[in-house]
Ligand binder design. Structure first.
Ligand SMILES: NC(=O)c1ccc[n+]([C@@H]2O[C@H](COP(=O)([O-])OP(=O)(O)OC[C@H]3O[C@@H](n4cnc5c(N)ncnc54)[C@H](O)[C@@H]3O)[C@@H](O)[C@H]2O)c1
Length: 322
């Protein structure tokens, strides 16, 4: 078995490459380096520099490395950018996926793991989101992930590819400081960014119908998430067929205010947060039911919020001098 990891030099992809290679899987990474960093990859994981939108390159990579399975993480992932550039998001996240799936089918590759997102659900009014909760994304990014899932399942049925779609909740932390997320798009790096610039962290709305009035999310350590990919790959390796869609979260809600308090404790930078207006599209609560992942993949998250924040803070300090 050789697994191709698209987006392998990215934040999550490099963690997946490390977890899978560390567990003895043969792995090759493909990344166009638009947001990735080759230094994140372990030395025993070859990197092919190029785009997953390039069908000819994919054919050559599949043949050269005798690829038998694909973990597809390469994508655009910024919600605001997807609102401003919807055609680009559909072209790269959905059109690019069609190119990849054509190449996978042509090469006779029978295993495919797809990076999906809790963004497919939109803002459901439920305590725990199960995989059967209706999907109603509220931005083009989430739409491309949902359309991507449809495409993955349809191509799987048409070409006999066994597929797993992993719907990640809020990813944070790092397995090592040099692997940390360097983008400032999620709450943890956004709060670090404010604190590093001697600014108070911001809370967008504290009048939601939640225990402390701030939005509640399900945070997942990226090292746990990487292990979920390994579990999905192993499930496919053991001959599972058909399609499987699973939430990847901890099943535990943490409010924005609680997260900011933990960040203050870990970083020693305690500044009272500023409460600003709600942002459009923020759901009051988005917490996964993690039952199907436990049952189908034999995987459960092991790391807590404090470990996420401590590891992310170590990474932030490495990458950002005050
Ligand atoms: N970070 C999160 O919280 C989160 C949550 C849910 C889902 N996801 C999904 O996980 C995946 C990885 O996200 P990430 O946070 O690691 O982002 P990232 O930007 O760090 O990683 C994406 C990687 O893909 C590469 N890439 C982009 N387009 C490419 C292309 N056409 N060909 C080859 N490489 C390409 C980039 O250079 C980058 O290294 C994405 O599909 C994202 O939508 C992320």
């Amino acid at each position: 078995m050789t697994w191709l990891i698209t987006g392998g030099a990215g934040y999550i992809g490099a963690h997946v490459a490390r977890a899978m290679a560390g567990a003895g899987e043969r792995v090759v990474a493909l990344d166009d380096l638009s947001a990735g960093n080759p230094a994140r990859l372990p030395s025993d994981v070859p990197l092919v520099e190029g785009s997953s939108l390039d069908g000819d390159l994919l054919k050559r990579v599949f043949a050269r490395y005798a690829v038998t399975g694909v973990v597809h993480l390469a994508a655009r992932k910024q919600v605001a950018e997807s609102v401003a550039q919807p055609t680009r998001y559909y072209r790269e996240n959905v059109g690019g996926l069609a190119t990849l799936l054509d190449a996978v089918a042509e090469a006779g590759i029978g295993r495919f793991v797809f990076s999906s997102s809790a963004a497919v659900y939109g803002s459901p009014d439920v305590d725990l989101i199960t995989e059967d909760t209706p999907c109603a994304p509220v931005n083009p990014y989430g739409e491309t992930k949902l359309a991507g899932e449809w495409l993955v399942r349809a191509a799987g049925r048409a070409h006999g590819i066994s597929t797993v779609c992993l719907r990640y909740f809020n990813v944070a932390g790092a397995a090592a400081p040099e692997l940390a997320d360097t983008g400032v798009f999620n709450i943890v790096p956004m709060v670090f960014d404010r604190l590093t610039r001697d600014e108070a962290p911001r809370i967008f709305g504290d009048d939601y119908p939640t225990p402390d009035g701030t939005c509640v999310r399900d945070y997942i350590h990226v090292a746990d998430l990487a292990e979920a990919h390994l579990a999905a790959a192993r499930k496919l390796d053991t001959g599972a067929d058909g399609d499987l869609t699973v939430n990847i979260g901890r099943g535990e809600g943490v409010s924005v205010r609680e997260m900011i308090t933990t960040i203050g404790e870990v970083s020693g930078e305690r500044r009272a947060p500023l409460v600003e207006a709600r942002r459009p599209g923020d759901a009051p609560r988005a917490v996964a039911s993690a039952e199907r992942a436990a049952k189908e993949l034999g995987w459960t998250a092991r790391r807590g919020v404090r470990e996420m924040v401590e590891s992310a803070w170590a990474g932030w300090q490495l990458h950002h001098e005050r």
